[in-house]
Design a protein around this ligand. Structure first.
Ligand code: ADP
Length: 499
């Protein structure tokens, strides 16, 4: 050994092959040897440090305290500074302070005490550790920010981590759940089913991700049951063990809203049926007294008119007119409320029947007004022919009715094949409708004209809408005020037999 320190070459050559930095000092702290790895770690060449105090390689507070440590050791033999694998800081030539692992040993060489420091630069490891710690902090933050519950469970069914939302769902503290078996969160009556499901899930090979997304129930700390939706996925941890990640959603609010909505829909349907029944019965029962009024006022007119003065005759005309109007209204109301129950009569029929039926029914009106009416060739259609005749006839009658004075009404009935549906349309050259009213005209009793101007009940287009809907279709209007309107509706084609 003596030879080594005097001659120096062979030991240094050996030390240069070591991957750790090795620095030897004497009891005064002066550097005796500085290997290649130490040069790489600290940035000094051996000749820059030889004979200098080793505290030049240390930042504060080690820099100032180092001499005292050595002194203390020499006095008392206490190994305060000298230890194995301590984590301390070093200082490079550039001034940069870095984390290092330091092991120190002492030995006697030629009656002199020599300290050997073995140094490992921990910068890369520290950086990796910090990155890992940052990543897990980031994951923890994401987990806790998630609005749904998240937990991880190991292969034995033990809960290994939980997020804040999960604790809220089950009303537990984190320390009460970590390390517990998953069964604490499952109501007793579902336990055996759960165990079966879980072992099947763990055994299922292939896909690493599997979301069940099904409705299940969980048990809160107080024993109450909470409806849940659960998504599961499993991953293999670096140690080869499986881990299940469960995403848990509390569905109590959704469930109660759903059942509230269902109850409301049911109530609405019931009250609609009642209302329609009421409208039907009321209008049906009203027909008889209305008929009395119209019949008897007609009798008064024919048998007693001569007994009335001019004013009396005028009053009688008002009664007769109003009675007629009332009858029209009740007839339409009755037709409207009957439509719902009359959609069972669907069948294939010749579309041309619609056209000829309509021309027959409206012949007088067409002749009186000198209407020019044209029509596409109608194919076989599927639906309720009585309802569809009513629909088309209402549209054509409106096209003739809503015309500027002295205009010759021109009406075209069209049909277009649109794949799954037929689109039928009635085009007129009438007064048209302002854009803001195009949707409103389909509402019951919505009229754009006073009765004195143009007579009508205001239910015709509502009836049309209901009929189109009975045929799984829809109805709409387009119009240019002053030039005319197009009313179009669709009806479902049924299978190929309708071609
Ligand atoms: P009614 O004709 O008995 O008033 P409808 O429900 O058939 O009731 O029509 C509602 C309103 O829509 C009518 O009062 C009228 O103002 C308007 N309307 C309907 N068809 C046309 C049309 N072809 N041209 C212009 N306006 C129309």
């Amino acid at each position: 050994m003596q030879n080594v320190f005097e001659g120096n070459v062979p030991l240094n050559t050996v030390l240069d092959t070591v991957l750790e930095g090795i620095v030897m000092i004497n009891s005064r702290g002066e550097i005796l040897s500085f290997n290649k790895a130490a040069t790489q770690i600290f940035g000094y060449q051996p000749e820059e440090v030889m004979g200098l105090n080793v505290n030049m390689l240390m930042p504060e507070p080690y820099h100032s305290e180092h001499g005292a440590y050595i002194h203390n050791y020499l006095e008392t033999g206490s190994r305060k500074v000298i230890g194995i694998g301590r984590e301390v800081s070093g200082r490079r030539k550039s001034g940069e302070v870095f984390p290092m692992e330091l092991g120190v040993n002492d030995m006697i060489v030629g009656e002199k005490r020599v300290f050997v420091g073995i140094i490992r630069d921990m910068t890369a490891q520290k950086n990796a550790e910090n990155a890992l710690r940052g990543e897990s902090l980031r994951l923890l933050a994401i987990m806790n920010a998630a609005p749904g519950g998240i937990m991880t469970v190991d292969i034995t069914g033990t809960i290994t981590s939980v997020n804040t939302s999960l604790l809220k769902i089950f009303d537990y503290e984190e320390s009460e759940l970590i390390g517990q078996k998953i069964e604490v969160l499952i109501p007793e009556q579902y336990l055996s089913k759960h165990q079966q499901d879980m072992s099947q899930y763990m055994l299922a090979g292939g896909a690493r991700q599997m979301a069940l997304g099904r409705d299940v129930v969980g048990k809160r700390k107080d024993g109450s049951v909470v409806p849940l939706e659960i998504g599961l996925s499993k991953t293999k941890l670096p140690d080869g063990k499986m881990q299940v990640i469960a995403a848990v959603q509390d569905c109590s609010l959704r469930k109660s809203l759903e059942s509230q909505r269902e109850r409301l829909i049911q109530k609405l349907a019931e009250s609609n049926t009642k209302l329609e029944r009421f409208a039907y019965i009321a209008s049906h029962d009203m027909l008889e007294p209305i008929r009395m009024i119209t019949n008897f006022s007609a009798l008064i007119k024919s048998d007693y008119e001569s007994l009335l003065d001019e004013e009396g005759k005028e009053y009688l005309d008002v009664v007769i007119n109003s009675g007629g109007r009332l009858k029209d209204m009740v007839d339409d109301l009755l037709a409207y409320s009957r439509l719902e129950s009359d959609n069972t009569q669907m069948r294939d029929f010749d579309g041309q029947e619609l056209v000829s039926g309509l021309l027959g029914n409206l012949r007088r009106l067409i002749e009186e007004r000198g209407v020019e009416i044209t029509c596409d060739q109608f194919p076989t259609l599927y639906g309720n022919p009585v309802q569809l005749l009513r629909l088309l006839q209402n549209l054509v009658a409106n096209g003739i009715k809503y015309q500027p004075e002295n205009n010759v009404p021109r009406i075209h009935m069209g049909i277009q094949d649109q794949g799954d549906v037929w689109q039928l349309s009635v085009t007129d050259n009438g007064m048209g409708i302002k854009p803001e009213y195009l949707e409103q005209v389909f509402e019951p009793f919505r009229r754009l004209h006073s009765w004195d101007q143009i007579q009508g009940v205001g239910l015709g287009l509502s009836i049309c809408k209901k009929i189109a809907e009975n045929h799984s279709g829809r109805i709409w209007a387009t119009s240019t005020p002053g030039r005319g309107s197009v009313f179009a509706f669709t009806i479902r084609k049924y299978a190929l037999t309708n071609q």
